[in-house]
Design a protein around this ligand. Structure first.
Ligand code: ADP
Length: 446
């Protein structure tokens, strides 16, 4: 049994995990950098340990400090949240060597899915449909030209070690190819310390639809439906919903079952997300995330299942609390990511929040560590909170969202709230009629 969990993260997700631990009667340890001493997760945890100066590499990414914090406090498990060390196989291995439970999949599964070429090959072998593309790494100019001709233009060059929407370049025609290929390689080398790239067919009007999966590590696995994350800026999600306005029940259950079956074969443990692009009725795997996602609350809203509880159960060896037949999808949920950013340019806007009023009422959830007087440090991701709204239907959910956005007050900094106020009144969004490029076009024509 797990009795004390160290939460190796910060911000809203640290708070989210802490709440689940409290409900389960598990003691909590917060870790924090010197910039986060006043953070809400530090205040609410049973114990806290300062693990270093503000830069992430010296604190939230500092494995030695985190392991030392476990030893000092006697934490027997670590929840990594998302980002930071959540998909770091070495971290999972080191915890294992210290007899500390990593609340997540095995280090091997993290490794397989962390390398995008291996991930795609594995997905294909497990019966998951993938985006047409190169068989593996594209090695040189000649290889790039040959592969692009086989796939057909436009093509997308992607970093094998990519993440966060970085390291991707589109080539519309052969004239653009070599420049795109070489820029992608050097950007990948700079961003990830690895210049390996591969090539995919560039889909022109896809939606981003992802399936939430869960395995117990012993060959049982379920899916919890999909999330539609097509509204993106710079390949980063900003608004997510479940169910997808583009799928019907049969399509949902079919792709969900394909994913659950694949996870059974893999003997996958814990929460995972299989991401697809969806175009003309077809799904194309792009990657798998071996962790909890930022947007997991929309799935929780429509299933009533607490995904962090399930993660802790599985990590404790207690298996899943639900079977596939026991999962009932109810209503519709939308999440808006509240970032401390300019709502048009997305330039970060750190600073002090002078007024903070979170909305409430039926079907409303706000996950945020922000409060009046809180000073947002400039060192980290700009996500300061998430607003999740649930309704019996998508129409009801949108009506509620409109009301709730009017009620939400965050003063002193710029946030993405005004963007959501515009989106919630937009006819395309009201009709669920958007793809992954919709937001870019909307902002460009604004
Ligand atoms: P990352 O790990 O950097 O987030 P992903 O492979 O998940 O990279 O892709 C992120 C986003 O980039 C997708 O949601 C989609 O908007 C876009 N994208 C990725 N692959 C393709 C593709 N083959 N065609 C068109 N857009 C793509």
């Amino acid at each position: 049994m797990i009795s004390k969990i160290l939460i190796a993260n910060r911000g809203e997700i640290a708070l989210r995990v802490l709440r689940a631990c409290k409900e389960l009667g598990i003691a909590t340890v917060a870790v924090h950098s010197t910039a986060d001493s006043d953070a809400m997760h530090v205040r609410l945890a049973d114990e806290s340990v300062c693990i270093g100066p503000p830069p992430s590499r010296d604190s939230y990414l500092n494995i030695h400090q985190i392991v030392a914090a476990c030893e000092i406090t006697g934490a027997d498990a670590v929840h990594p949240g998302y980002g930071f060390l959540s998909e770091n196989a070495k971290f999972a291995d080191i915890l294992d060597a210290h007899g500390i439970t990593f609340i997540g999949p095995t280090a091997d599964h993290i490794r397989i899915m962390g390398d995008k070429i291996t991930a795609k090959q594995t997905a294909q072998d497990l019966g998951i449909p993938v985006v047409p593309g190169s068989a593996g790494e594209v090695l040189n100019d000649e290889d790039a030209l040959k592969t692009a001709r086989q796939i057909g233009y436009p093509v997308l060059i992607k970093a094998t070690a990519g993440g966060g929407g970085r390291g991707m370049k589109v080539a519309k025609t052969e004239a653009d190819l070599l420049e795109a290929f070489n820029t992608a390689r050097s950007e990948a080398a700079n961003a990830f310390g690895n210049d390996s790239v591969y090539m995919e067919k560039y889909l022109e009007k896809p939606r981003h639809i992802e399936i939430q999966v869960f395995g117990d590590g012993a060959g049982n696995a379920i899916h919890l439906g999909e999330r539609d994350c097509s509204l993106q800026r710079r390949h980063q999600k900003i608004w997510e919903e479940a169910n997808s306005p583009a799928l019907n029940v049969e399509q949902r259950m079919k792709i969900g079952q394909i994913c659950a079956d694949a996870m059974k074969k893999l003997k996958y443990r814990g929460a995972g997300t299989i991401e697809f692009l969806y175009e003309n009725g077809e799904f194309y795997f792009i990657e798998m995330n071996t962790r909890l996602q930022v947007e997991h609350p929309v799935t929780e809203a429509i299933t009533g299942i607490d995904l962090v509880h399930e993660q802790i159960r599985v990590a404790s060896g207690n298996g899943l609390s639900v079977t596939q037949d026991g999962i009932v999808f109810s209503g519709h949920a939308i999440e808006c990511r509240i970032n401390a950013e300019d709502p048009r340019t997305f330039v970060p806007s750190p600073g002090t929040i002078t007024h903070f009023h979170a909305p409430g009422g039926l079907g409303v959830r706000v996950d945020s560590g922000a409060y009046a007087g809180y000073k947002i440090p400039p060192y980290y991701d700009s996500l300061i909170g998430k607003l999740i709204v649930h309704g019996r239907t998508r129409v009801e959910c949108m009506m509620r969202l409109r009301r709730v956005l009017d009620e939400f007050v965050i003063d002193g900094i710029k946030t993405t709230l005004p963007l959501f106020q515009d989106l919630v009144s937009n006819p395309d969004i009201a009709n669920g009629d958007y793809d992954i490029h919709w937001l870019e076009h909307y902002l460009a024509n604004d």
